[in-house]
Write a protein that binds this ligand. Structure first.
Ligand SMILES: CC(C)(C)[C@H](NC(=O)Nc1cc(F)cc(F)c1)C(=O)N(CC(=O)NO)CC1CCCC1
Ligand SMILES: [Zn+2]
Length: 184
């Protein structure tokens, strides 16, 4: 199972690499790795398992975070309308997005960043993501607000981008242009 020891932290060069596409259909190894990534998120949100193994509760995990240079990610969370998003995705890509942007008023954190980095992280408010899921189906997801933020945070990791790369260095809490907070 994946535990905190498997999650690499900022400063590790693997977090700044652009990942390679996964050959489809996936190898046994890639399939198992993605399943383990999704299981990490479920474990981390289960109080008993989380305490037993000292896991940090997470809503998303990208392969570079466990030092795997492959284009795959897992998410497990419910949005503000209590819709469950639970996916393991191969080769996810944003195929379209709104001009309008959104952000979390609390700012963002990262399982690979052991410090607070204050500031708004502007993201597209609506995105359409195409990918192949763990069952081998091609999926097309239309995402908005919090769900769009989580997926953009994880897809950024696949391109070597960290959330704080988006924070305005002059004024971290300056209201982003043409943006509506996702959590207010
Ligand atoms: C870094 C961390 C603060 C742990 C963040 N969690 C989070 O935002 N809220 C959360 C997590 C839970 F499991 C249960 C719960 F109710 C609330 C997170 O998982 N990530 C995922 C990550 O680091 N992926 O690489 C960071 C989020 C920032 C915005 C989107 C994902
Ligand atoms: Zn992260």
């Amino acid at each position: 199972m994946i535990t905190m020891e498997d999650i690499i932290r900022e400063g590790h060069p693997a977090l700044r690499k652009v990942t390679e596409d996964v050959e489809l259909p996936p190898s046994e190894k890639d399939q198992q790795t993605l399943e383990e990534m999704l299981q990490y998120l479920k474990n981390s949100q289960d109080e008993v398992v989380c305490d037993r193994y000292g896991l940090r509760p997470g809503v998303g995990l990208a392969a570079p975070q466990i030092n795997v240079n492959k284009r795959m990610l897992a998410v497990h969370f419910v949005d503000l309308k209590d819709k469950l998003y639970s996916y393991g995705l191969f080769n996810p890509r944003i195929v379209s997005h709104s001009v309008e942007r959104t952000y979390l008023s609390t700012g963002e954190g990262c399982l690979s960043v052991d410090r607070e980095v204050p500031g708004y992280v502007p993201r597209y408010r609506r995105i359409t993501v195409k990918a192949t899921d763990l069952e081998g189906n091609e999926v097309k997801l239309r995402l908005k607000d919090y769900a769009a933020i989580v997926f953009q945070h994880e897809i950024d990791h696949l391109n070597g981008v960290m959330f704080y790369d988006h924070i305005n260095p002059e004024d971290p809490f300056k209201e982003p242009e043409n943006a509506t907070p996702a959590d207010r």
